[in-house]
Write a new protein. Structure first.
Length: 400
């Protein structure tokens, strides 16, 4: 977005047109939007998308640059951050979603944005959002922290994970700003430092890069890992053993010590029948705590990346639990005959630790994907199995 486009979108006439057509199909609305139709229809399109991802921005009719929208945190993920205090410095403002949510827990937020137009957009939007305790400064993180003379309660950073060619970056030292090189200075001026890494980032790498005193939290929303947060001690926070956390937004958090995951006991062995197939939340898989969590719930854990099997439904299970009807060997011809005999033509297929994808399984067993029934496919002790699940489990999954 250019400064000229920002000026056009901020005009009262443009805002009135956007409001008049906010619920219309953007392509059709473009036919009636006048000389700036492409710009205005794009804003309508992204405001409509923001209704779910950024509801506050939608209600306030903020200006939303498309690229900044795609790269922004969702409000649900940003709101899950529970840090609080006096001063927070956000090194990477962008669209400002994290700054907005942090401003509700800190007395003051200083939000840095090196792109002049994005800085103007953030200031405009924060005014519409009535977030009056956020100061947007157009500068680089490197320049600001070198000159900053005070102490912040929190320095938060969500480094840009795209390069000049728009290629996705995962390694922190490749992202901008390079928080690893800034870390000595950040530790001097902040009581706490939190770095948001790519959901693809390996949790072990956080300990390798920053030492064993860091804590790492995987955050999921509706079964998808959204954020990986690396929490580092600063000026007056004592160093200590790190922690691993799995947070499923709206459902709960589980905390582990790294040694719990290293020193887990082996399972006694796969011993059907079982009553429930357990699928830990994706955040537990992300921090490699799924097996430990399943064992603590009294379930058999097939592997660190596999399913759990239980005879009783665990209390307050962080994940999904499906009642099991039957566990049978994975033999495509026998399964095809079984499905035909039971009149099963469609199934929703789950899989973990299995060499075939869902489409290959469907073709091999002569069914189509979909419908109300469910089956899971996995490998336990080197044996491929099919787990037939009840429709009661499908209904529970919908409710969750």
């Amino acid at each position: 977005m250019t400064e000229q486009e920002l000026d056009i979108l901020a005009q009262d006439s443009s805002r009135e047109l956007i409001e008049r057509h906010i619920d219309e199909d953007p392509a059709r609305a473009a036919l009636r939007l006048g000389p700036h139709a492409a710009l205005l229809s794009t804003q309508i399109k992204y405001l409509q998308r923001a209704k779910t991802k950024l509801p506050s921005y939608h209600r306030a009719r903020c200006i939303i640059p498309p690229l900044a929208f795609e790269q922004a945190s969702s409000e649900a993920a940003a709101e899950a951050k529970t840090y609080e205090g006096g001063l927070c410095i956000d090194l990477t403002c962008g669209l400002g979603v994290d700054s907005l949510m942090l401003s509700r827990r800190f007395r003051r937020v200083v939000s840095l944005e090196r792109d002049p137009v994005l800085a103007l957009v953030a200031r405009y939007n924060f005014e519409r959002l009535e977030a009056r305790n956020i100061e947007v400064i157009c500068t680089s993180a490197e320049t600001f922290v070198a000159e900053f003379a005070g102490t912040a309660d929190l320095i938060y950073a969500d480094p840009a994970r795209r390069d000049g060619a728009n290629r996705r970056l995962v390694r922190l030292e490749e992202c901008s700003p390079d928080v690893r090189s800034l870390m000595p200075r950040l530790r001097q001026i902040a009581r706490r430092i939190v770095v948001k890494a790519s959901p693809l980032f390996d949790t072990d790498e956080a300990f390798a890069l920053f030492g064993g005193e860091v804590s790492v939290e995987a955050v999921s929303l509706r079964g998808e890992c959204k954020e990986l947060l690396i929490d580092l001690p600063g000026t007056d926070r004592p160093e200590g053993p790190g922690l691993l956390r799995a947070t499923a937004i709206g459902r709960g958090t589980r905390t582990f010590r790294p040694e719990q995951l290293r020193d887990g006991k082996p399972d006694a062995g796969f011993d059907p029948p079982y009553d429930y197939l357990l699928v830990p939340d994706v955040s537990l898989y992300k921090i490699r705590a799924a097996r430990c969590y399943l064992q603590s719930a009294g379930a058999f854990a097939a592997s660190e990346t596999g399913y759990g099997f239980a005879r009783h439904l665990p209390d307050d299970f962080l994940g999904h639990a499906y009642p099991i009807e039957e566990i049978v060997p994975y033999r495509p011809k026998a399964l095809k005959a079984l499905f035909k005999a039971r009149g099963i033509e469609r199934l929703n297929l789950l899989k973990r630790d299995f060499p075939l994808d869902a489409e290959q399984i469907a073709r091999a067993t002569g069914i189509r994907q979909g419908g109300n029934g469910m089956a899971a496919f996995t490998t336990v002790d080197g044996r491929r199995i099919a787990v037939m699940l009840s429709e009661e489990g499908r209904e529970r999954d919908r409710q969750l």
